[in-house]
Design a protein around this ligand. Structure first.
Ligand code: IPE
Ligand code: IPE
Ligand code: MG
Length: 241
């Protein structure tokens, strides 16, 4: 069924979150359940990511921020890290051809200086080639940690010579990787874990959280719609009444 026909039963666009964060978790457990190596879970997870990102753009989401690799994920076996980095390479090369037909503006958040040079170059190319796109902003968090992001913001403010009395929530926000973007409305974590794992800790101070029992490689557009429906039911008060 086309998106247009289905739309009548979907949450109307005005009730959708503008800014959605997804913690793409559960790849390893998905593979284990099938007797496959963890890398097989990452391969399928990467395909699901492409599908969900395109769907979010078509659905009118303004900003989607996906957690692909955390500052803590370096603790994993080197072979697993290498396979994740290779998937990132494939995605970047492909995104320069396939994704350029989409109206998605791709950005990367996290400390990229620790990544391989060819990956850094591809990231810059992907950002440049989609910078003028007018659709959804897709932030891909790689070597990202919320604490590291805040430390980095404080360092930038200090190196710019900003005086203590000029440090406000706004100035700090302007020095985050996500400067200028709306606050996160919805954080979605599949895989059955109930934690943030150092994700967007500043940006989701007032976000709504939806935790789902599905593993990321099994995640579908239908699951996303369930999360949107749950979000639309929430009563956001931001400290008011
Ligand atoms: C998420 O899946 C992908 C990354 C962290 C890169 P996991 O690899 O964490 O999968 P589980 O949580 O072990 O099932
Ligand atoms: C968070 O998942 C990071 C990503 C999904 C990229 P983890 O699997 O690393 O988180 P923990 O270790 O379960 O908290
Ligand atoms: Mg995990």
């Amino acid at each position: 069924m086309s998106l247009f026909k289905k739309r009548q039963t979907l949450v109307p666009e005005e009730y959708l979150p503008q800014n959605v964060g997804i913690i793409m978790d559960g790849n390893g457990r998905w593979a284990k359940k099938r007797g496959l190596p963890r890398t097989a879970g990452h391969v399928t997870g990467a395909k699901v990511f492409r599908k969900i990102a395109k769907y979010c753009d078509r659905r009118g989401i303004k900003v989607l921020t996906v957690y692909a690799f955390s500052t803590e994920n370096w603790k994993r076996p080197q072979a697993e890290i290498d396979s994740i980095m290779n998937l990132l390479r494939d995605y970047l090369k492909e995104s320069l051809s396939d994704f350029k037909h989409e109206n998605i503006c791709t950005r990367f958040i996290g400390d990229r200086t620790q990544l391989a040079e060819d990956i850094q170059a591809l990231m810059a190319e992907a950002e440049e080639s989609t910078a003028e796109k007018t659709g959804m902003i897709l932030n891909i968090a790689i070597n990202y940690g919320g604490r590291a992001e805040i430390v980095n913001a404080v360092r930038s403010m200090m190196s710019e010579g900003i005086s203590p009395e000029d440090v406000t929530e706004q100035t700090l926000e302007q020095h985050l990787y996500t400067a200028g973007q709306p606050e996160v409305d919805l954080i979605l974590r599949p895989s059955g874990e109930y934690r943030l794992s150092n994700y967007l800790i500043w940006q989701c101070a007032y976000a709504e959280y939806v935790f789902m029992d599905v593993l990321w490689p099994d995640f579908t557009e239908k699951d996303l719609e369930k999360a949107f429906t749950e979000y639309a039911r929430r009563n956001r008060r931001f400290g008011g009444v």
